[in-house]
Structure formats: structure tokens, C-alpha cells
Design a protein around this ligand. Structure first.
Ligand SMILES: NC(=O)c1ccc[n+]([C@@H]2O[C@H](COP(=O)([O-])OP(=O)(O)OC[C@H]3O[C@@H](n4cnc5c(N)ncnc54)[C@H](OP(=O)(O)O)[C@@H]3O)[C@@H](O)[C@H]2O)c1
Length: 272
């Protein structure tokens, strides 16, 4: 089923923070009509106010009196129950709700909004430049059209991967949701290591940063597997082979522990 953003009814974004605004920019770029986007945030930050001004968007401190076709929940998991309770009067069987809150499961969303047309998703931070990836699970009442609308909105931030088994979304959170922070930390660690090897601070940071930028771009440009790309730059008995011998010993178990900790935290957040 094909859905056009330019024909979508009112979309209400609740929580105009980093991720919510990234999505909103993507929707506007992809053709959502500005008069069909409502931002709700009790204390909007300067970026939200600027976006509202640039596009002439409605920016409200609360949602009362408005009836959106699509409600996107982009508030922190810690406050989502309170926010959903306040939204109950404006949602009904006609509303499609999409949550990006980490760990909050379909049952809790359906209970909080008192309706079943809910989609639970997990985007990631490269969504800010349209290079994200989002995992999504549809609640039982979403239907084909609701799923198509959700896919259209979410794909403004990058590809969408749908799951039938909701438990897998905790694993998605641990891998791609939290993953960009692991990669940023890799840059920090590489820069620190460069400094320890005697490079000036700024140069070490530039080398580490550009190495990850360039490697990611290569990964995007070349269809070869990451293992093949790695092997392509590893001459037998060379410098990369010497470094990788150490890294590969420790990194796989460490990443497994890292993702398991993040998955467990996602499950805990869901319990509230
Ligand atoms: N950032 C990521 O990489 C990422 C990735 C995947 C999923 N997520 C999920 O996305 C959600 C938002 O994360 P974020 O990083 O965008 O956080 P954020 O920047 O703190 O955005 C949340 C926004 O909601 C606002 N808010 C607070 N109370 C509200 C209310 N009652 N009604 C409406 N808005 C309210 C906050 O305002 P104040 O600042 O004034 O409190 C803030 O502007 C979280 O649930 C997170 O799990 C984030």
C-alpha cells in the first residue's frame, strides 16, 4: 500500500527534543504539509522554536483540543505514562500512535493510550541526517494501512525493519539504537590511543574521526561484507594484522557484554 506524506492528516509530535525534531525535519523534507504537523512540548527548546518559525508550524504547550490522525510519542521513557494519560482524551480508534521511546512495549502503550493502534519503534541518532535505521513492531489493531503510514513516516529517517516478535526490539535497541554511541566511543578510544603514541591531541582526534567517517562511507559505497573490507586492508604479517590480532581477541566478547547490558536495560525500562 502506497501512502503519500502530502496527503496525511494532522500528525502530532509529542516531545520536540533531539529525536522528535530529527523526525519532524525528515517529514517536512519528504513532503508533509507544515499545517499538518503539530509540535507539543511544554518547554520547547530553541531548535523546536526555530523549526516552528521556519515552517509556520503549530507549537503547543499541551495537546488538549487537538485531534491528530497520527500521534508520535518522542518523550523520555521515564515520563511516558504520565504523558499518555494526558493524551487519552484526544486519541481514539481513528488515531495511529507511534512511539520511539526505548523499552516501552506495545502492552504498556495500548494501556497508556487506551487503544490498540500502536506501533513501537526504535530509531537511532543518525536519523538526524536521514541515515538512521529503525526497528518497528505493530500492535494487533494497526492493520495494513496503519503500518504503511508508520513506514512512510519512519522511513524519512532511513530504512525501517519490521519485527513480529516484540522481544527482538530490545535487541534492536541494544545493537542499532545504542550502537552509534559505541562507534563514537571507538573514535574517542582511537584518539586517546593516538595521543599515547605521541601524536598531538588535535591531530590524534582528527585522524580517529576521519578514519571512522571514511570507513563508514566505504562501507556504504562498497557492497562487500565488513569481513571482506577488513581482509582487503590486512596484509599478512603487516601492521594492521598485528593490531587486529589484539583487537579481535577482546572486541567480540566485549561487544556481546555491551549489547547484553543495553538489552537488559531496555527490558527494565519497559517494566517502568
Ligand atoms: N536520542 C537517541 O538516539 C534515541 C534513539 C532511539 C530512541 N530514542 C528515544 O526517543 C525519545 C526521545 O529521546 P531524545 O533523545 O530526543 O530526548 P530529548 O531530547 O530529551 O527529547 C524529549 C523532549 O520531550 C520534551 N518533554 C518533556 N515533557 C514533555 C511533555 N509532557 N510533553 C511533551 N514533551 C515533553 C522534553 O522537554 P524537556 O527537555 O524540557 O524535558 C524534550 O524536548 C526517548 O524515549 C528515547 O528513548 C532516542
Amino acid at each position: 500500500m502506497s501512502v503519500s506524506l502530502s496527503h496525511l492528516g494532522p500528525v502530532m509530535l509529542v516531545g520536540a527534543g533531539k529525536m522528535g525534531l530529527a523526525l519532524a525535519r525528515g517529514w517536512l523534507d519528504a513532503g508533509l504539509r507544515p499545517n499538518h504537523l503539530i509540535l507539543v512540548d511544554p518547554a520547547p527548546n530553541p531548535a523546536a522554536m526555530q523549526l516552528a518559525e521556519d515552517y509556520g508550524l503549530t507549537l503547543n504547550s499541551d495537546a488538549s483540543g487537538l485531534l491528530p490522525d497520527v500521534l508520535v510519542l518522542a518523550v523520555k521513557p521515564q515520563i511516558i505514562d504520565k504523558v499518555m494519560e494526558s493524551l487519552q482524551p484526544i486519541v481514539g480508534p481513528h488515531t495511529l500512535a507511534i512511539s520511539i521511546a526505548a523499552g516501552i512495549d506495545i502492552a504498556r502503550l495500548s494501556h497508556g493510550l487506551d487503544m490498540g493502534r500502536v506501533v513501537r519503534t526504535m530509531p537511532n541518532t543518525p536519523a538526524q541526517i536521514g541515515k538512521g535505521i529503525t526497528g518497528a513492531v505493530a500492535g494487533p489493531d494497526v492493520g495494513t494501512e496503519g503500518r504503511a503510514v508508520a513506514e512512510k513516516l519512519l522511513s524519512a529517517a532511513g530504512p525501517v525493519v519490521w519485527f513480529d516478535d516484540e522481544a527482538q526490539l530490545d535487541a534492536v535497541t541494544a545493537v542499532s539504537g545504542s550502537g552509534p554511541a559505541y562507534v563514537f566511543h571507538m573514535v574517542e578510544a582511537l584518539a586517546e590511543a593516538g595521543k599515547k603514541l605521541g601524536l598531538p591531541d588535535a591531530i590524534a582526534e582528527q585522524l580517529a574521526r576521519q578514519t571512522v567517517i571514511g570507513s563508514a562511507a566505504l562501507l556504504e559505497a562498497d557492497p562487500a561484507s565488513p569481513a571482506t573490507l577488513r581482509q582487503n586492508v590486512t596484509s599478512p604479517n603487516g601492521t594492521t594484522a598485528a593490531g587486529l590480532a589484539v583487537l579481535m581477541e577482546g572486541l567480540t566478547p566485549l561487544i556481546e557484554q555491551t549489547t547484553e547490558a543495553a538489552r537488559k536495560r531496555s527490558v527494565e525500562l519497559g517494566r517502568g
